[in-house]
Design a protein around this ligand. Structure first.
Ligand code: DAH
Length: 337
């Protein structure tokens, strides 16, 4: 029996040491229920009382030795598997990520947003109006009847005799007043169109921002205060404003409004062409005819309106000398904002 056990030990350890050893198969073959070592242990009953503990001890040693070898091999195998797995799943967290190219706003959008922020903070709401507009809203409701000379400066694109691409954002005034009784306090930014040839200061498509305030007891003082506040927020705390008499059919009185040059402060420089002042918008007290046209009683209510060109503000603010740059979408230009 002793020889059988020694033989099992030798064979088992040899078999397990072979590089191609199938560990689990060998475990079953030597240590399994029907395995060789188990078979020997079963025969122990036949041994004499003296032999039994000696052979028993030897059998245990052989079993322990084989088990130890199997454990070692399994551990090695698992370590190798883990190593391979880690290698396969290797992730270098220090590799720089893929560049996420975030876009950014166009200079016109930047200016429009800044304008909106300023007026929102003063309690204005933003409203939208159609770009394809009726002649009625673009002109007639605004006190510009057919054949009025003011139409000459706002020649636009006609869809039919009565429908056109709006030449100004002012028709939104009429649309809002028709639908809403005062108090009204809105701005309306958007695209406008004129049949102008393209050059450094003209484009057939550009953007305006309209403002309208209607309530009881609104005066020219409210208009001046509002525009002064706006000018300081937009162009800097030291900015002053100046009203020059002008004519718009839909306001009375009307004014063109200048701001003191935000580059030289008013002493005269290249930006303001030596004037010290820069024209930025048109404004006035809403004409009683316009209020009446839109169902608001001019005896009870008054209000002011203003309209500014968003391109003009963008060109001034960013010192851009050619309006065409705003529409060409040259990435070298746009990347500067
Ligand atoms: N709509 C005018 C234009 O395009 C600008 C304007 C002037 C708007 C005076 C107004 C205003 O609301 O009161 O030239």
């Amino acid at each position: 029996m002793r020889e059988t056990l020694e033989k099992i030990r030798k064979e088992a350890l040899e078999a397990l040491s072979a590089p191609s050893a199938e560990i689990e198969e060998l475990r079953i073959r030597y240590l399994g229920k029907k395995g060789e070592l188990t078979a020997v242990l079963r025969g122990m009953g036949k041994l004499s009382a003296e032999e039994r503990p000696v052979i028993g001890q030897l059998a245990n040693d052989v079993r322990a030795e084989i088990e130890k070898k199997i454990d070692e091999l399994n551990q090695k195998k698992n370590a190798a598997l883990l190593e391979a797995k880690l290698r396969a799943e290797k992730l270098d967290v220090t590799v720089p990520g893929d560049d996420v190219r975030a876009g950014h706003f166009h200079p016109l959008s930047l200016v429009q947003r800044q304008l909106e922020d300023i007026f929102l903070s003063m309690g204005y709401s933003i409203v939208d109006g159609p770009e394809v507009e009726y002649d009625y809203y673009n002109f007639q409701a605004l006190n510009i009847p057919p054949d009025h000379p003011a139409r000459d400066t706002q020649d636009t694109f006609y869809i039919t005799d009565n429908i056109l691409l709006r030449s100004q954002t002012s028709p939104v005034q009429a649309r809002v007043m028709e639908k809403t009784q005062p108090p009204i306090k809105i701005i309306s930014p958007g695209r406008v169109y004129r049949s102008d040839a393209v050059d450094a200061t003209h484009s057939p498509l550009f953007h305006q921002l309209e403002g309208l305030v209607i309530d009881r007891g609104i005066t020219m003082g409210d208009l001046k205060g509002t525009l002064e506040m706006f000018a300081k927020r937009m162009f800097g705390e030291n900015t002053r404003i100046r009203f020059r008499p002008h004519h718009f059919p839909f306001t009375e009185p009307s004014a063109e409004v200048d701001v003191s040059c935000f580059v030289c402060g008013g002493t005269g420089c290249r930006l303001c062409k030596g004037e010290g002042w820069i024209e930025i918008l048109g404004a006035g007290m809403v004409h009683p005819n316009v209020l009446r046209n839109c169902g608001i009683d001019p005896e009870e209510y008054s209000g002011f309106a203003f309209g500014l060109g968003i391109e003009r503000i963008a060109l001034l603010k960013y010192h851009i000398d050619d309006m065409r740059l705003l529409y060409e979408n040259d990435i070298r230009f746009l990347n500067q904002f």
